[in-house]
Design a protein around this ligand. Structure first.
Ligand code: FAD
Length: 470
């Protein structure tokens, strides 16, 4: 071990440390292998040791020791991220927060939990009171709330509440400074969002306070269609229906259905060959309205599970949506990879149609219907394709941009690169405040390398469009 790291370990005797090469390498890896580009670029990158504290004093002790000895530090939840988000680029310590996982309190529609709580476990504790998390990723069983905040977007429930970043979802976070004597700081919204989706490079979150949604018994159903456009219009119409209480609306074209039917034989009858499918989660008493709307669009319900059946079978459609779709497809076709796109509300259906005409069979259509940050119904895409080479992948993403569709590039590992390279001075200023030595996963936030220019340019109070495009 490097001398500085050996000192850190020696000075934190109460902490469970992992130094075994096989285990620390496994703990340093997430689902970046979905991307052939990232699998190549991140190969061999790993922490030199993993710390597994289970209380705040333990986290503070590890952070303080790393700051004293100038050792790099990367937070980790359950490592279900997709872009090597928790992979330390320059080694150092991986701070595994999955053992720091208590639900601290719930008051009506608000709850506060330690960052390492698994979202499935949090929902299990909340539901008896009639509340649940507003949005969860399809990885909810294993993924942590802190990991969703640090690296995620949203997921099931975003049809109602938008992405996690939408105003009102995150109310507060407790963080600490990465200094020899760490200071504990409570950030309330909107400041609480400054550490969101920055891959843990500008702060470590200890606790999150989030708004909740009413928990309903969710019926899971698949509506199948002969015609792609009928499926698209149904999904969009159903998603926007104000009187139908729902939690998710997804669309798979027939090629995606074929892959899923192969990967998940128990779903094969629900995904009949040659059909396009719209899996939904709807409150059980909304079933009649679902059936009426499906019939009006020539759709047929091919799969149905009540909430009690879902709970007894331990199989949920949630784990076929979002990036679970890609995961299952990869099980049966290793050449599959994917892109992530965001459709502007309004022209989204026309854009879906235009891109389908453009790519034909070369792009497998998978859409998730959501509300955007302004509350407008639209969809985001996790379209799949067969990987040829990097240039072809770039070309497919560029074609989407040319059609006015936003791309969150899942084949890059630096924070800003997924967002078209936009450097955000406010994010960099936040890092200067909470991580003045630049110890959090060095190399991952491009803006930090340009901090002198950015910070002397004057700090904006809000995200400055001018600086964002620097
Ligand atoms: P990790 O992967 O451990 O960490 C994610 C990032 O957050 C890392 O950069 C890490 O350094 C940072 N981080 C972790 N904890 C903290 C903390 N306490 N403070 C500061 N930074 C921290 N994402 C979605 O948004 N929606 C989806 O529906 C979705 N579906 C997925 C499906 C599959 C099959 C896969 C593989 C991924 C999916 N993801 C999805 C991505 C990922 O699962 C989620 O974002 C998840 O919430 C990440 O949680 P985690 O605990 O695994 O985080």
């Amino acid at each position: 071990l490097p001398a500085a790291l050996a000192q850190v370990i020696a000075e934190t005797p109460g902490i469970d440390w992992v130094t075994d090469p096989g285990r620390r390498e496994r703990l340093s890896r997430d689902f970046a292998w979905f991307s052939p580009v990232l699998a190549r670029e991140l190969a061999g990158k790993s922490a030199e040791a993993v710390a597994r504290p289970t209380d705040e004093a333990g986290v503070v002790a590890v952070v303080a020791a790393c700051a004293r000895h100038g050792v790099a530090l990367t937070p980790r939840g359950s490592a279900t991220g997709n872009y090597g988000q928790c992979t330390p680029v320059q080694g150092g310590v991986l701070l595994d927060l999955s053992g720091y996982n208590a639900l601290l309190w719930q008051r009506g529609g608000v709850a506060r939990a330690q960052a390492g709580i698994r979202m499935g476990a949090m929902d299990d504790q909340l539901r008896p009171s009639g509340w649940e998390l507003r949005c969860v990723p399809s990885t909810f069983r294993s993924a942590t709330l802190g990991g969703l905040y640090g690296g995620g977007f949203g997921g099931v429930g975003s049809i109602n509440h938008g992405p996690l970043a939408a105003t009102g979802n995150v109310l507060g976070v407790r963080t600490l400074t990465i200094e020899p004597e760490p200071r504990l700081v409570e950030l309330r919204a909107p400041e609480a969002l400054l550490l969101h989706h920055v891959y843990g490079t500008n702060g470590i979150v200890l606790e999150l306070e989030v708004a909740l949604a009413p928990a309903h018994p969710w019926l899971e159903a698949i509506v199948a269609f002969d015609d792609f456009d009928a499926a698209l219009v149904f999904a969009d119409t159903f998603a926007a229906q104000p009187g139908i209480v729902k939690k998710s609306v997804t669309l798979f074209d027939s090629a995606v259905c074929a892959l899923l039917a192969q990967a998940l034989p128990y779903l094969a009858d629900g995904l009949p060959a040659g059909h396009h499918a719209v899996p939904v989660l709807v409150a059980e008493w909304g079933e009649q309205a679902l059936r009426e709307l499906a019939a009006a669009h020539d759709g047929q319900i091919t799969w149905r599970q009540t909430a009690a059946e879902v709970s007894a079978s331990k199989r949920t459609l949630v784990e076929t949506t979002w990036n679970h779709t890609t995961l299952h497809a990869l099980k049966v076709d290793k050449s599959i990879t994917y892109i992530q796109s965001g459709f502007p509300a309004g022209p989204h259906l026309e854009q879906v149609r235009a891109l389908r005409r453009h790519f034909g069979d070369a792009l497998l259509v998978h859409l998730e219907f959501i509300r955007n940050r302004d509350g407008l119904p639209t969809c985001s895409g996790l379209q799949m394709l067969r990987f040829r080479d990097d240039a072809h992948l770039d070309d497919v993403m560029q074609t989407h941009r040319a059609h006015g569709v936003g791309i969150a590039n899942p084949h890059v590992w630096r924070v800003e690169d997924g967002k078209q390279g936009a450097i955000n001075a406010e994010i960099v200023a936040t890092k200067a405040r909470f991580d003045p030595q630049g110890l959090l996963n060095p190399g991952k936030l491009r803006g930090w390398d340009e901090r002198e220019r950015l910070l002397t340019a004057g700090l904006p109070d809000t995200r400055s469009p001018a600086l964002a495009t620097l």
